[in-house]
Design a protein around this ligand. Structure first.
Ligand SMILES: Cc1cc2nc3c(=O)[nH]c(=O)nc-3n(C[C@H](O)[C@H](O)[C@H](O)COP(=O)(O)OP(=O)(O)OC[C@H]3O[C@@H](n4cnc5c(N)ncnc54)[C@H](O)[C@@H]3O)c2cc1C
Length: 382
């Protein structure tokens, strides 16, 4: 089946051909060993897909966000887990849109060639949770550097990245201007003053607690203007949400194709289970939800590429795609009966991997509250 593949055909075929080399056995082995898919990420980098968003003048492929979402969609659709590599795509965007010409000249060619990875972003803190304005990590200017102290949590891909984007307060919290006074920095992850502790979690996702003790960052590694970091991060988060939406779409089609195939083959009571409407209808319904959610993904990506406001669409795309693919995941595991729980079918792994997207990078309630307040004009609740 080739559902939803009626655009960007050449790009899709090229990415799908690469992904084909990393089959179900590869991902099962990586998942079982809780390992990082180094060979896969290397291949993706060498083929130029990890630098899709870097302009050609810096050695990248200069593709649009829409095209980048197609790359991520093909990764999850192939049965792979994009959590190992999507960070580079959206972190890159923060550097591209807000970094200085010197920063771009210094880092982008090395990121494009694969010499450096910018896979990590440290925003979430244990004490602040979703309320990012309450972060406690502080960066104090001292001569030609900033000295940073604090703690982050869920900082992903840190062990497999040379660079990280770090959000810290550069001015104290002001209730009248909550989101002001935060700044973002480009940090060398091997710097003195950083200690990481891996978090064992439900999916094979390399993510960490991060303790920051007198970390020194050269002042030239500040991205954009001091105090405006939250705005820059939000801009990057729109890209992140749209990319994740596309990953969910890839998952969604994977679940639909897997469950459709199984329903045709599995014979119980002397007929394929897919002959029963009780099996067909949930699959048809999940498929329709994915098709509909996919429209919002393309709308959001198009607005982002046109540099138009896309906060509402990025949030709606992430929400609708995560919900639709989770529905497909549930249908797929149910259709597989007991075999849905056997690792060799990949369904239980993809089921776990997909569930994450209703929580991270932003959880459902926060999206609903954004739409209620900022689009529908309902009273602010927090
Ligand atoms: C595997 C994984 C990888 C991650 N990677 C990264 C990363 O690389 N970098 C990074 O910075 N972060 C990362 N995160 C963090 C992620 O973005 C957060 O977990 C997520 O945003 C939710 O924040 P929280 O866990 O602190 O939940 P909390 O803020 O504690 O919220 C808990 C629950 O309460 C709900 N809630 C909170 N306030 C309200 C309200 N006012 N009304 C209604 N409901 C509310 C939330 O929606 C949520 O369901 C990762 C998380 C995971 C699990």
């Amino acid at each position: 089946m080739n559902l939803g593949r009626d655009n960007h055909t050449e790009l899709r075929e090229a990415v799908a051909a690469l992904c084909k080399q990393f089959d179900s056995a590869y991902w099962q082995k990586i998942d079982e060993a809780r390992a990082y898919p180094e060979a896969f990420v290397d291949a993706l980098t060498k083929a130029g897909w990890m630098s899709a968003l870097i302009p050609e003048e810096y050695g990248g492929s200069g593709l649009s966000l829409t095209e980048a979402t197609v790359i991520m969609e093909e990764v999850t659709r192939s049965g792979g887990n994009a959590g190992c590599c999507h960070g580079q795509m959206y972190n890159m965007n923060t550097l591209l849109r807000h970094g200085s010409p010197e920063q771009k000249k210094r880092y982008l060619p090395k990121i494009a060639s694969g010499e450096l990875r910018l896979q990590s972003m440290g925003v979430t803190e244990p004490g602040a949770g979703t309320d990012t304005t309450k972060i406690k990590t502080v960066a104090k200017r001292s001569g030609d550097r900033y000295v940073v102290n604090g703690q982050k949590v869920w900082t992903s891909r840190l062990q497999h990245s040379e660079l990280m984007i770090l959000l810290a307060r550069t001015s104290p919290f002001d209730a009248a201007k909550k989101s002001a006074g935060m700044s973002i920095f480009l940090v060398d992850t091997k710097s003195k003053g950083l200690e990481m502790k891996p978090i064992r979690n439900m999916v094979n996702h390399e993510t960490n607690q991060l303790f920051i003790d007198n970390l020194e960052i050269p002042a030239e590694n500040l991205i954009g203007e001091e105090g405006k970091g939250f705005k820059y991060i939000l801009d990057g988060l729109n890209a992140e949400r749209i990319l994740i939406a596309a990953e969910c779409i890839g998952d969604g089609y994977w679940f639909i194709e897997k469950t459709t195939g199984y329903s045709k083959d599995r014979v119980v009571f002397d007929r394929p289970i897919g002959q029963n409407q009780g099996i067909q209808f949930p699959i048809a319904e999940a498929y329709m939800e994915i098709e509909a959610a996919n429209l919002m993904r393309y709308k959001a990506a198009g607005l982002f590429d046109a540099h138009k406001p896309c906060g509402a669409e990025a949030n709606m795309a992430k929400h609708l795609c995560a919900k639709a693919s989770w529905e497909a995941a549930n249908v797929c595991i149910q259709t597989h009966g007991g075999f849905g729980f056997a690792a060799e079918y990949d369904v239980e792994r993809k089921f776990r991997e997909n569930r994450l997207y209703l929580v991270a990078p932003i959880s459902t309630n926060l999206i609903l509250s954004y739409i209620a307040e900022h689009v529908l004009g309902l009273p602010r609740s927090f």
